[in-house]
Each structure stands twice: as structure tokens, then as C-alpha cells.
Design a protein around this ligand. Structure first.
Ligand code: ASP
Length: 343
């Protein structure tokens, strides 16, 4: 553990101090939290899971159907989606259960940020090409995390064009159809709550999950990466949306992500709140929720179930395992983030 990181916490403000540990993250997460947690998820599968299942079945049928039949499936899917949205609003006590996704065919690039001095997404170009593979020529954009969707889509379109890719955007067509037919998607950053509300209102949340399980490449930056985890509670964002969404992410990865992770400067005389302190506070309430803090310049790459930490960032990523424990994570293997649950 980097000693400068240890000074990032301040136990005098009610946050328990971190314990350094030499155990591997895999041992600790598996043994202590996740098996029990995932069993618990299965046991609580209920109302929302049943509706979600209906939606997924409709989607499967829609993908195989002829164009005219597809319209009918999509209409029924919209009705199911509306019920999901309504039930969530009317019965906030009913927790939406999102089981871990099957990653065996998944291609995911979850970047901490899209910005860099070299230009938007420049530092990640190699990984973008890698995750898209040779067959993708068009990327479908999901710009819901920003208020000005047109401007964001235009900016992304320009950047991807420079890399040789065409783009479409979900907000310029029927979002369900756009996702159903997408070769690959890019979910942009902005505000995580705004993004989640839009994904549920348009009904594309379960569809994205299904298409990713089937092998459609998913790229996300920041808010678009937060939602690739089980929980979105570890976002840095303000809950700006009027209607608060269910806080579950797409559950490609275990736990939660803290993007733009910054280690506090130990020489800063102003003792402001750090990312680490907020994560410790989160884990006081949710001790079994591991959180990975990923600094600028890095991201998480998943290729057919193999998960790794990649990028050009110069700061370490930190795994907060709960109970005040922190572990520096070097570039490379992140397989402990992938689910073990078979379904
Ligand atoms: N606001 C961030 C973004 O750029 C998300 C976060 O910091 O949690 O999408």
C-alpha cells in the first residue's frame, strides 16, 4: 500500500481507519462477501425479476421475428417496461433484483473517464479497437447522462469518425429498436442518476444487458461505466434527477465503481473530504459491497469473461473491500470482479 494513500483517511470524523492487508482480493471477496451475497440475490428474486424475465423473453422473440411481428413484440415489451417503471414508482420497497450477468461472451470497456490532454477518448483508442473487434463499423451512442444529448452525440460522432467508425444515437430513433439492432454501444458520461432514469424510462436497461450477454460490445465512460457494476451507490454524482432511479447497475461486474478516483494530496493543508472517505462511509452502511476506485486514464476491459485493468493512468486503482480495508490493484488481472454465479 502506498503510504500517501494511508493518510487519505481521517478517523477523527467518524470513519473507521483502513487496515492494510496482504491477502489477494480474490480470496477475500470470494470467501467473505460474494458467495453469500449472490445466494441472497437468488433467494430474493421476485416480482421485478419475473417482469424482467418476461421482457427478456419478448426481446428474444423480437430479435428472431419478421419486421411486422417485431412491431407487436416491441409494443408488448413497452407495456411490460411501463409496468416495471410504474411498480418501481408505486412500490419503492420492492427492490429490483438484477442478477449477475453471464460474461462468457461479453466485450466491455468501462473507462474511468473519456477526457485526456491528448483529446477525447484518445488514450483509450487501442482498447476501443480491441473491444469492438474487426466486424463493427457503426457505434450506437447512448448520450442520456448529459442534458444536451444532441451536442454530446455530435461530439462523440466526430471523435469516432476520426477513428473510422460511423455512429447512430438512441435518442434520435426508437431506443428499443436502436439497441436491438446495434453492432456496439457507447454509453457516455455525465450524471449517473440522469442516465439510470432514462435507461428505465425508455426500457432499454434489460435489453442492453441481454445484448451484452450475447456479445454486443459495450463501451462506457464514467457514468456509463458506473452502471456496468452491481451497485451505482459509489458514484461521485449528485442525485439530480427528480425521480430517483433504482440504484442497481447492469451487474456485469461485482460491487461498485468509483470513477475519477483521486488520492488526496497529503500536503494539502485543507482537510477536505476525499473519495476514500466517502467510500468508507458507504461501506459503513453496506459492508458487503466492494468498491473499486479507478483513477483517470484507466479502465476495465472484459473480453469473453477475462477481466483486466488497462490504461495509461499513472495512479493505482484501490479496492475497498469493506471493513475499512484497502488494497492497491496493479494493471492486469481483475477476474475477481467477474461473477461466478451460473444461470
Ligand atoms: N460524473 C461522472 C461522469 O463523468 C460520474 C461519477 O463521477 O461518478 O460521468
Amino acid at each position: 500500500m502506498d503510504p500517501s494513500h494511508g493518510s487519505d483517511r481521517d478517523s477523527s470524523e467518524g470513519v473507521s481507519g483502513g487496515e492494510l492487508s496482504n491477502e489477494s482480493p480474490l480470496d477475500v471477496i470470494d470467501a467473505r462477501a460474494w458467495e453469500a451475497f449472490e445466494r441472497n440475490l437468488q433467494a430474493r428474486e421476485g416480482h421485478f425479476a419475473a417482469l424482467g424475465e418476461t421482457a427478456l423473453n419478448l426481446l428474444r422473440r423480437a430479435s428472431d421475428a419478421s419486421k411486422s411481428e417485431r412491431e407487436l413484440y416491441i409494443e408488448e415489451l413497452e407495456r411490460t417496461t411501463n409496468r416495471l417503471v410504474l411498480d418501481t414508482k408505486q412500490s419503492p420497497h420492492l427492490e429490483q433484483v438484477v442478477l449477475p450477468a453471464n460474461l462468457s461472451n461479453a466485450r466491455i470497456l468501462a473507462l474511468s473517464t473519456a477526457q485526456s490532454d491528448g483529446g477525447y477518448l484518445t488514450y483509450a483508442e487501442e482498447h476501443i479497437r480491441n473491444v469492438l473487434g474487426p466486424d463493427v463499423d457503426t457505434i450506437t451512442l447512448v448520450p442520456y447522462a448529459l442534458a444536451d444529448r444532441d451536442a454530446y452525440a455530435e461530439k462523440l460522432a466526430g471523435r469516432f469518425a476520426e477513428m473510422g467508425y460511423k455512429t447512430r444515437s438512441v435518442h434520435q430513433g426508437n431506443p428499443l429498436e436502436e439497441i436491438l439492432n446495434a453492432q456496439a454501444i457507447f454509453v457516455g458520461g455525465g450524471n449517473t442518476f440522469r442516465l439510470l432514469v432514462a435507461l428505465h424510462e425508455t426500457g432499454i436497461f434489460p435489453l442492453i444487458r441481454q445484448r451484452v450477454e450475447e456479445g454486443m460490445p459495450y463501451m462506457g465512460a464514467s457514468a456509463g461505466s458506473n452502471i456496468t457494476f452491481y451497485s451505482t451507490s459509489s458514484t461521485n454524482d449528485m442525485p439530480i434527477a427528480e425521480q430517483l432511479p433504482v440504484m442497481r447497475g447492469l451487474h456485469f461486474f461485482r460491487g461498485g465503481l468509483n470513477p475519477h478516483y483521486k488520492i488526496k494530496d497529503p500536503n494539502d493543508p485543507h482537510k477536505g473530504e476525499s473519495n476514500a472517505k466517502r467510500i468508507h462511509q458507504l461501506q459503513e452502511d453496506q459492508p458487503n459491497l466492494p468498491v473499486i476506485g479507478v483513477p483517470e486514464g484507466d479502465g476495465i476491459l472484459c473480453l469473453n469473461g477475462e477481466v483486466s485493468l488497462v490504461g495509461k493512468g499513472t495512479k493505482p486503482s484501490i479496492l475497498f473491500r469493506g471493513g475499512g480495508e484497502e488494497l492497491e490493484i496493479p494493471k492486469g488481472d481483475l477476474s475477481f470482479l467477474a461473477q461466478r454465479y451460473e444461470h
